[in-house]
Design a binder for this molecule. Sequence first.
Ligand code: NAP
Length: 291
Amino acid sequence: MKDRLGFIGLGIMGEPMCLNLLKSGYSVTVFNRTASKMEQVTGAGAVPADSPGAVAEKSDIIITIVSDSPDVKAVILGKNGVIRGLRKNAVVIDMSTISPAVTQKIAKTLEKKGGHMLDAPVSGGDTGAKAGTLAIMAGGRKEIFERCLPVLKVLGKTITHVGGHGMGQTVKLCNQILVSVTNMAVSEAVLFARKAGVDPNLMIQAVSQGAAGSWQLSNLAPKMVREDYAPGFMIDLQLKDLRLALETAGAMAQPLPGLTLVHELFLMNQKHREGKEGTQALIKSIDRLAL
Ligand code: NAP
């Protein structure tokens, strides 16, 4: 029999992920803080609950995908949190991007209550969430990872167990270092091409299959060229991830000069009230340096 699933957090990522689980035949109990955002998934067969704790009462595996570390703590350990309704041997899979240290503390608390936890943050954006092709990097006990694999396979294509509790989040921060520093290079190349009188779309076409190819070049650069700043991934959330990476690096005395610079540039976007725009709006901060 299939595990009964719970799903908490129906934002840009959570809603399409939950829809994919429903499509593949799972029964899903859902909770979202803003109740109106549950309509799409309840229309597709999900059962609404009025708190994360009530979701847990009906679930063998509970997926959370909310914003930041305090939000994950609130939905799992808070007043009406998952822990209030946690069944014995139930697994919480947190797919948000949060602090590795906070993840480890939550995992310990859940294990003391007879449950389990995986940190399984994702990469691939809203397009990967819709297509079920996310990259998933999981931390936690290997046997729990294997138990949850059928569910993770509905959501992602590249699913890697990378170590114990918190290691999934650590690898996600490596992912964010790669993504952000590459975004800065892509922004610079688009501005450079434009200034030099080359059609930036032709530049993208010419180089994207060579050594300079990247997800950022293929997906973000065309949006930069047509000045489409609608969020796939919001700058406010990207800044949260960069802060987590810089804090973690600081604790290990590991310098991250490239990431430090991108962090400053994204802060400049926030100062220009661009925090709700997509990360491709990084190009605006670099462009403004020329004024
Ligand atoms: P989003 O659209 O802003 O959705 C956030 C969700 O979390 C909403 O359902 C929100 O509820 C809920 N939430 C936030 N704080 C909460 C709290 N304290 N209590 C209860 N619910 C709370 O964000 P998203 O883009 O889906 O991102 C979600 C997570 O995935 C983040 O950790 C992000 O870093 C990560 N991520 C995002 C992307 C991407 O491309 N978007 C890619 C990879 C990873 P309300 O509806 O009530 O606000």
